[in-house]
Design a protein around this ligand. Structure first.
Ligand code: PGA
Length: 251
């Protein structure tokens, strides 16, 4: 593992391309010099081209989508294929719990999407997590196993896993983050399924106050940030915390 990965999942929190451009420009300007940190900005699809244009000279920041469809082309009104996505992005979030809940995405869909991404050269950020705060890991383990159906092991290094317990995801501002000890334990379990080098991120109410506690855990390779990712100063602080903390842990 060479760097931490900090993903900003903007969801549908921003309403104009002007605001999106200001936000990504500010982030780009402030994270460019950070060591050992890769920042992925997952914008709504409609602005991906603008976002890609703004960060195209940054070695630190990459573009990500929030969703993709698995068919390569055809009569699928409103959908975006992995080949289209690959023209503007390097990463894409797959199987976020909000897609599963509001748009009926199943483990089968997630698996098809993962396969389509890998075929197109996109890195899927696969989200898994349990609904209730029960300590029962059957759901995330099943979600990960099913997402990886028919995925040859040689591709495991191209995956990113985001452990996002659903109970920990914020409403944009407030949420109940999972403890770093608990996340580290789950990350170890999920790592048994993937490659030892596959990055495993945590997502769920991460902010600048709790980021250090995750950054200090060697089991956690980064974070997927929702609400705090659209507040520039918050998000930049999180990136800096990871850059500094991972330096310390890995010396
Ligand atoms: P949150 O969202 O940081 O607002 O909890 C995380 C996510 O859903 O990806």
């Amino acid at each position: 593992m060479k760097h931490s990965i900090i993903v900003g999942n903007w969801k549908m929190y921003i309403n104009s391309v002007a605001d999106a451009s200001v936000l990504v420009t500010t982030i780009r300007n402030n994270v460019t010099l950070l060591d050992k940190t890769k920042v992925v900005i997952c914008s709504p699809s409609i602005w991906l081209t603008e976002i890609a244009q703004i960060i195209k000279k940054s070695t630190r920041v990459s573009v990500g989508g929030q969703n993709v469809f698995y068919e390569p082309d055809g009569a699928y009104t409103g959908e975006i294929s992995s080949l289209m996505m690959k023209e503007v992005a390097d990463y894409v979030i797959v199987g976020h719990s909000e897609r599963r809940e509001h748009f009926g995405e199943t483990n089968f869909d997630v698996n098809e999407k993962v396969l389509a991404c890998l075929k197109s050269g996109l890195k899927p950020i696969i989200c898994v997590g349990e609904r209730k705060k029960s300590g029962n890991l059957v759901q995330p383990i099943r979600e990960l196993n099913e997402a990886l159906n028919h995925v040859p092991k040689k591709y495991y290094k191209d995956l990113v896993i985001a452990y996002e317990p659903i109970w920990a995801i914020s409403n944009g501002t407030v949420g109940d983050n999972a403890s770093p000890e608990y996340v580290a334990k789950v990350a170890n379990k999920l790592r048994e399924i993937v490659h030892s080098e596959t990055p495993i991120l945590y997502g769920g109410s991460v902010n600048s106050k709790n980021a250090k506690s995750y950054a200090e855990r060697p089991e956690i390779d980064g974070v997927l940030v929702g609400g705090a990712s659209v507040r520039a100063s918050e998000f930049i602080k999180i990136c800096k915390i990871f850059s500094e903390a991972k330096e310390i842990v890995r010396k």
